[in-house]
Design a protein around this ligand. Structure first.
Ligand SMILES: [Zn+2]
Ligand SMILES: [Zn+2]
Length: 168
Protein backbone atom coordinates (compact mmCIF):
# COMPACT_ATOMS: atom_id res chain seq x y z
CA UNK A 1 0.00 0.00 0.00
CA UNK A 2 2.69 2.40 -1.02
CA UNK A 3 0.10 4.81 -2.36
CA UNK A 4 -1.38 5.54 1.05
CA UNK A 5 1.89 6.20 2.76
CA UNK A 6 2.27 9.78 3.88
CA UNK A 7 5.83 10.87 3.09
CA UNK A 8 5.42 14.03 5.16
CA UNK A 9 4.83 12.09 8.34
CA UNK A 10 8.18 12.04 10.09
CA UNK A 11 9.32 9.70 12.78
CA UNK A 12 10.89 11.95 15.41
CA UNK A 13 10.41 9.65 18.39
CA UNK A 14 14.01 8.51 18.40
CA UNK A 15 15.05 12.12 19.02
CA UNK A 16 13.44 12.52 22.43
CA UNK A 17 16.38 11.12 24.33
CA UNK A 18 19.15 12.61 22.25
CA UNK A 19 21.39 15.17 23.88
CA UNK A 20 20.72 18.85 23.36
CA UNK A 21 22.28 20.08 20.16
CA UNK A 22 21.95 16.83 18.25
CA UNK A 23 20.58 17.36 14.80
CA UNK A 24 19.81 15.39 11.71
CA UNK A 25 18.78 16.24 8.18
CA UNK A 26 16.01 14.30 6.51
CA UNK A 27 15.71 14.64 2.74
CA UNK A 28 12.26 14.39 1.20
CA UNK A 29 11.60 13.82 -2.48
CA UNK A 30 8.01 13.41 -3.63
CA UNK A 31 6.95 13.03 -7.22
CA UNK A 32 3.37 14.03 -6.64
CA UNK A 33 1.36 15.00 -3.58
CA UNK A 34 -2.09 16.35 -2.83
CA UNK A 35 -2.52 18.50 0.26
CA UNK A 36 -6.25 19.09 0.61
CA UNK A 37 -6.96 21.70 -2.05
CA UNK A 38 -3.52 21.94 -3.59
CA UNK A 39 -1.68 19.56 -5.79
CA UNK A 40 2.08 19.69 -6.19
CA UNK A 41 4.78 17.80 -8.03
CA UNK A 42 8.54 17.46 -7.65
CA UNK A 43 8.49 18.39 -4.01
CA UNK A 44 12.09 18.34 -2.85
CA UNK A 45 12.73 19.24 0.71
CA UNK A 46 15.23 19.08 3.50
CA UNK A 47 14.04 18.90 7.08
CA UNK A 48 16.60 19.59 9.77
CA UNK A 49 15.54 18.24 13.14
CA UNK A 50 17.41 19.58 16.16
CA UNK A 51 17.04 18.64 19.78
CA UNK A 52 16.87 21.81 21.86
CA UNK A 53 16.28 22.30 25.55
CA UNK A 54 12.56 22.95 24.98
CA UNK A 55 11.83 20.29 22.43
CA UNK A 56 12.49 19.69 18.78
CA UNK A 57 13.19 22.41 16.28
CA UNK A 58 12.30 21.64 12.68
CA UNK A 59 13.85 23.80 9.99
CA UNK A 60 12.41 23.12 6.58
CA UNK A 61 13.38 24.26 3.14
CA UNK A 62 11.55 23.02 0.09
CA UNK A 63 10.81 23.63 -3.52
CA UNK A 64 7.87 22.33 -5.47
CA UNK A 65 5.69 22.98 -8.46
CA UNK A 66 2.09 23.72 -7.60
CA UNK A 67 -0.73 23.08 -9.99
CA UNK A 68 -2.33 26.42 -10.73
CA UNK A 69 -4.50 28.01 -13.33
CA UNK A 70 -3.48 31.18 -15.11
CA UNK A 71 -5.70 34.17 -14.29
CA UNK A 72 -5.48 35.41 -17.88
CA UNK A 73 -5.69 32.37 -20.17
CA UNK A 74 -7.13 29.91 -17.61
CA UNK A 75 -4.65 27.21 -18.65
CA UNK A 76 -3.46 24.80 -16.00
CA UNK A 77 0.24 24.96 -15.31
CA UNK A 78 2.78 24.12 -12.64
CA UNK A 79 4.06 27.10 -10.70
CA UNK A 80 7.52 26.69 -9.14
CA UNK A 81 7.79 27.96 -5.56
CA UNK A 82 10.38 27.89 -2.81
CA UNK A 83 9.52 27.83 0.85
CA UNK A 84 11.34 27.95 4.14
CA UNK A 85 9.93 27.70 7.61
CA UNK A 86 10.74 26.53 11.07
CA UNK A 87 8.63 25.22 13.86
CA UNK A 88 9.46 24.40 17.45
CA UNK A 89 7.66 21.42 18.94
CA UNK A 90 7.83 21.60 22.70
CA UNK A 91 7.93 18.74 25.12
CA UNK A 92 4.52 18.41 26.80
CA UNK A 93 5.83 18.47 30.35
CA UNK A 94 7.28 21.95 30.08
CA UNK A 95 5.54 25.23 30.76
CA UNK A 96 4.09 26.49 27.51
CA UNK A 97 1.69 28.84 25.79
CA UNK A 98 -1.56 27.54 24.39
CA UNK A 99 -0.46 28.22 20.83
CA UNK A 100 2.74 26.22 21.10
CA UNK A 101 3.14 23.07 19.07
CA UNK A 102 3.65 19.99 21.17
CA UNK A 103 5.88 17.04 20.39
CA UNK A 104 3.36 14.28 19.70
CA UNK A 105 3.36 11.32 22.03
CA UNK A 106 3.28 8.72 19.28
CA UNK A 107 6.62 9.97 17.94
CA UNK A 108 5.35 11.08 14.56
CA UNK A 109 4.89 14.59 13.21
CA UNK A 110 2.61 15.07 10.24
CA UNK A 111 4.00 18.01 8.31
CA UNK A 112 1.27 18.14 5.68
CA UNK A 113 -0.65 21.07 7.19
CA UNK A 114 2.54 23.12 7.48
CA UNK A 115 3.69 22.41 3.94
CA UNK A 116 0.24 23.25 2.63
CA UNK A 117 0.12 26.52 4.55
CA UNK A 118 3.56 27.67 3.41
CA UNK A 119 3.09 26.57 -0.19
CA UNK A 120 -0.12 28.57 -0.39
CA UNK A 121 1.61 31.59 1.14
CA UNK A 122 4.32 31.33 -1.51
CA UNK A 123 1.83 31.50 -4.37
CA UNK A 124 1.00 34.88 -5.84
CA UNK A 125 -2.68 35.85 -5.61
CA UNK A 126 -2.81 36.21 -9.39
CA UNK A 127 -0.60 33.62 -11.00
CA UNK A 128 0.34 33.81 -14.65
CA UNK A 129 1.38 30.80 -16.71
CA UNK A 130 4.26 32.85 -18.14
CA UNK A 131 5.41 36.46 -17.89
CA UNK A 132 3.26 38.54 -20.22
CA UNK A 133 0.64 35.87 -20.89
CA UNK A 134 -1.57 37.20 -23.66
CA UNK A 135 -4.75 35.75 -22.24
CA UNK A 136 -7.94 34.95 -24.10
CA UNK A 137 -9.66 36.89 -26.80
CA UNK A 138 -12.63 38.60 -25.17
CA UNK A 139 -14.76 37.92 -28.25
CA UNK A 140 -14.02 34.36 -29.38
CA UNK A 141 -12.13 33.03 -26.38
CA UNK A 142 -9.07 31.95 -28.38
CA UNK A 143 -5.92 31.44 -26.35
CA UNK A 144 -3.75 34.23 -27.71
CA UNK A 145 -0.55 32.56 -26.58
CA UNK A 146 -1.24 29.85 -29.11
CA UNK A 147 -3.07 31.57 -31.89
CA UNK A 148 -4.00 34.93 -33.32
CA UNK A 149 -7.65 35.45 -34.03
CA UNK A 150 -9.25 38.03 -36.31
CA UNK A 151 -10.37 40.20 -33.37
CA UNK A 152 -6.94 41.11 -32.12
CA UNK A 153 -6.28 44.22 -34.11
CA UNK A 154 -9.62 45.80 -33.13
CA UNK A 155 -9.20 44.72 -29.57
CA UNK A 156 -5.84 46.41 -29.18
CA UNK A 157 -7.14 49.59 -30.81
CA UNK A 158 -10.18 49.56 -28.57
CA UNK A 159 -7.98 49.30 -25.50
CA UNK A 160 -5.85 52.20 -26.66
CA UNK A 161 -8.96 54.31 -27.13
CA UNK A 162 -10.10 53.45 -23.63
CA UNK A 163 -6.77 54.48 -22.20
CA UNK A 164 -6.85 57.77 -24.10
CA UNK A 165 -10.33 58.49 -22.82
CA UNK A 166 -9.27 57.73 -19.26
CA UNK A 167 -6.33 60.08 -19.38
CA UNK A 168 -8.13 62.88 -21.25
ZN1 LIG B 1 -1.76 32.30 -19.19
ZN1 LIG C 1 -11.02 36.41 -31.14
Amino acid sequence: MKKNKNPLRLNIGYFYNKSIGTSREVPIDIEHITLDDISARNLKSLVKISRTREGLLLQVSAKAEIQSSCVRCLEQFFLPVNIEFEELYQFPSRYREETDMIVPEDGYIDLRPLYREYLILAMPIRSLCRPGCKGLCSICGANLNETNCEHQQEDVLQKEEDINEDTA
